[in-house]
Design a protein around this ligand. Sequence first.
Ligand code: SF4
Ligand code: SF4
Length: 461
Amino acid sequence: MTCQNAILGARSTRRLPPRIEAVAVALRPYLPIVHLCMFVGFFVLIVGPALLPGSEIAQQLGDLARFLIWTLWFPLVFISVLLTGRSWCGLLCPMGAASEWMNRIGRKRPVPGWLRWGGTPIVSFLLVTTLGQTLGVRDYASAILEVFGLTFLAALVIGYFYGQGQKKRAWCRHACPIGLLLGVFSRLSMVDLAPKRPKAGGDAYDTRGLCPTMIDLRRKTESRHCVMCARCVNPDKKGGLALQFRNPGAEIADIRNHHPSSFEVWFLFLGTGIALGGFLWLVLPLYQNLRQATVNWVIEHGYLWLGNPGPAWLMSVHPDAREVFTWIDFFLISGWMIGVMLALTVVLAALQATGAWLAGRLGAHGRFGERFVALSYQVAPPAMISLLLGLGIDLFGLVPQAAAASVKVVALGAAVIWGGWLGWQILKNLGLPGARAAVATLPGLIGGLAVASAWWPAIVG
Ligand code: SF4
Ligand code: SF4
């Protein structure tokens, strides 16, 4: 295989002009300055309001932090993933850079098994998302400080202790809840880095190379762990990685050749479900009815302690803003989120299992488990767009309501169709011809519609 063919690998990809790589290489020495500025900005916005409680400056900093995080950062990072993969992680994120810096001065121990376990970032995501809801992370500066501050602290501690070799990011690869989210959706990205001289054998873990997220560069086929730091890029060398353009979703369409992971698939189901639950309790009257019924039950049975406020590090206790959560609220919000998560996971898993079973009956290659994992990736577009529209709702608040509603409906419809199309491509790559692939895609398409409909109240209000 020639070098060029090796990079292209498929008709849907082509190498970007080397001068773009040259720009990336030229800008690389300035990244530490960018990271330092981001760190200072992060510190001022997150810690500042807590250091100056009650002051006018603290109020303004808190408002600014909420605007930057929820109105701009969250939706724009999602959009950037579609265009340039995890460029946020490699170029701008102060948390990943600080974790790597701690690794330089730290113990450099081998990454332990519990951290390498594929479920660790899922647990981390579920905990952070649930805690964010019970604390009111979208509304209160103290909650932002606790959630982002603790996450930052964990990144520093893990960076200090773990990651052999120089400049490693064990936190980013194995535990960051945001990294997992961005990693799954980076598989949809239009830009990727691929080895110029690929080595057979599929993806591998390499603690000795220069990649901060321990990717064996010559065996790289998946984009989820690549933070786009461009350290492996040099247009003047024959080796290393080259920037390539590809059709959006091309990696998922051919997922069986890009190291599919059952953990990622379960995260797609569970993560979408928990985020959905975290939004629906705010907007559905059903939750308020459930709360009222629970309060009545608690009073009738004499469990009055459940009506007391809990600790402020666990739930929202803000008498000045007239919001004081009791233990009832804490258990109900977390229970509701877990319930919605499990319900959506059961529905999506059942639909994807039906599609995988049907595909097998119709002649697709592979065992049932392999087909299930591969096909389940078709949930990625509706899951991503739903999260973007639902959790990035403040960004859409900046434009007129009618225009925002039209954009949301079109984006959601396009995401469902895109998911169905990806399912069809996945099945074609599993050896199922067109018409039969279309039949086996139907359950997955219904799954995409289920995700979109579940988010509907949150999206259209
Ligand atoms: S994985 Fe997390 S900590 Fe690392 S760079 Fe990305 S967002 Fe930042
Ligand atoms: S593969 Fe290259 S660009 Fe991606 S994280 Fe590793 S060194 Fe950075």
